[in-house]
Design a protein around this ligand. Structure first.
Ligand code: RUB
Length: 360
């Protein structure tokens, strides 16, 4: 068995032993991906053989959520190295589609760079790339558990927690992603929690995946459409909000799934705490404020059609910014793999990034 295969097998063992809900997994040295666009009604898988396959899967939302995108970027870079192990000059070209697959996802770029750098430095590039990709996955997994234990303290017993989109296991390394790790952590700490999942037009990640994951964990969940948030807060039905984060500016401005900003505005009006969960891979020192973060504009067809069926008449225009900016002032705190940060964020996030990068 090759040395690279041994690393991949370690990843499979972790996934199996911990009963993780992972977005992809190695099987006999190959990478099997779960197609998230088909959930929850169909469990369709496919094999990713190349970096291009991983890029297509990310672009087409078959793998999605920032932690999962990071892990897929790392594994995609490994596939690039594997396919051109003696031609390092080709690697950059092979990973180019992967880099461009989701422009808001900073973690994707860091993951690819980490794997290629380690492949470059390794005696055997394929083994080094496999070790780096699996190491990235393990870091994400450990981060999710740490976010769970820090974040659990923020959730009162008996609380109803509102979450948006899907920031759970399949959006991460398989434990609970970011936001759902907090919820899972609170439940594992013995708290009774109810969750309101917003459906999240147009891909319905909340309706399709958040509900499915929470149901598997026996955590009570109620589905709401995106336009109900104000009313639910007025009715006193929300105690705390938790969301993931696709990217944070260094001042703490949050870029997350479209609709997040409206939740934060409503939460402020109703004095409801609003938290985001993240890892250092999602904090961008080069973005001074959220306005510096590129917002992915997806194809308008994704709004005009739902699973291939039109939702309006032909000829209507649509717009689809995939993410919005929630100003740091609306956040009650940022939950990370090393603890919880409170405003003001800038100096704390700079120190956090330095410490985490030094550790690598
Ligand atoms: C998923 C999404 C999640 C974020 C944050 O978007 O917006 O809320 O990724 O969660 P998409 P996390 O489905 O477009 O990838 O930080 O867990 O990724």
């Amino acid at each position: 068995m090759s040395e690279a295969r041994k690393y991949l097998d370690i990843m499979s063992d972790v996934i199996e032993r911990e009963e993780l809900v992972a977005p992809f997994w190695p099987k006999e040295g190959e990478i099997v991906v779960l197609d998230q666009t088909k959930l929850p009604f169909e469990r369709r898988t496919f094999q990713a053989d190349t970096a291009q396959d991983m890029a297509d899967a990310i672009r087409e939302m078959r793998i999605r959520g920032s932690g999962a995108i990071g892990c897929a970027g790392a594994m995609g870079a490994y596939l690039a190295v594997r396919s051109a192990s003696h031609r390092p000059e080709k690697w950059a070209e092979l990973v180019q589609p992967l880099r461009a697959a989701r422009p808001t996802a900073l973690i994707l770029l860091s993951a690819i760079n980490e794997v290629l750098n380690q492949a470059q430095d390794g005696a055997d590039p394929v083994t080094a790339a496999a070790a780096a990709a699996v190491g990235f996955f393990k870091h994400q997994l450990a981060s999710e558990k740490a976010i769970g234990s820090y974040g659990a303290k923020l959730i009162p017993n008996g609380a109803t927690v509102l979450t948006h989109c899907h920031s759970g296991a399949l959006a991460g390394a398989g434990y609970g992603g970011r936001a759902l790790s907090i919820i899972r952590g609170a439940v594992e700490a013995g708290k009774q929690i109810n969750v309101i999942a917003q459906e999240t037009r147009p891909y319905l990640q909340g309706a399709r995946i958040t509900t499915w994951e929470l149901d598997r964990l026996n955590i009570p969940v109620t589905l709401a459409t995106d336009n109900m948030v104000g009313a639910l807060m007025q009715m006193g039905k929300v105690d705390v909000c938790v969301v993931g984060s696709d990217r944070l500016a260094i001042n703490g401005d949050l870029v997350n799934k479209i609709g997040t900003y409206l939740i934060a505005l409503a939460a402020r009006e109703h004095n409801i705490p609003f938290y985001t969960a993240t890892t250092h891979y999602n904090v961008d020192p080069d973005c001074v404020t959220g306005k510096d973060i590129p917002i992915e504009l997806r194809c308008s067809k994704e709004v005009l059609l739902y699973q291939g069926n039109p939702v309006t008449i032909e000829g209507i225009d649509a717009i689809y910014p995939a993410f919005d900016i929630t100003p740091a002032a609306l956040l009650s705190g940022i939950v990370t793999e090393v603890g919880i940060f409170r405003a003001p964020y800038r100096k704390k996030l700079i120190k956090y990034l330095h410490e985490q990068r030094d550790r690598q």
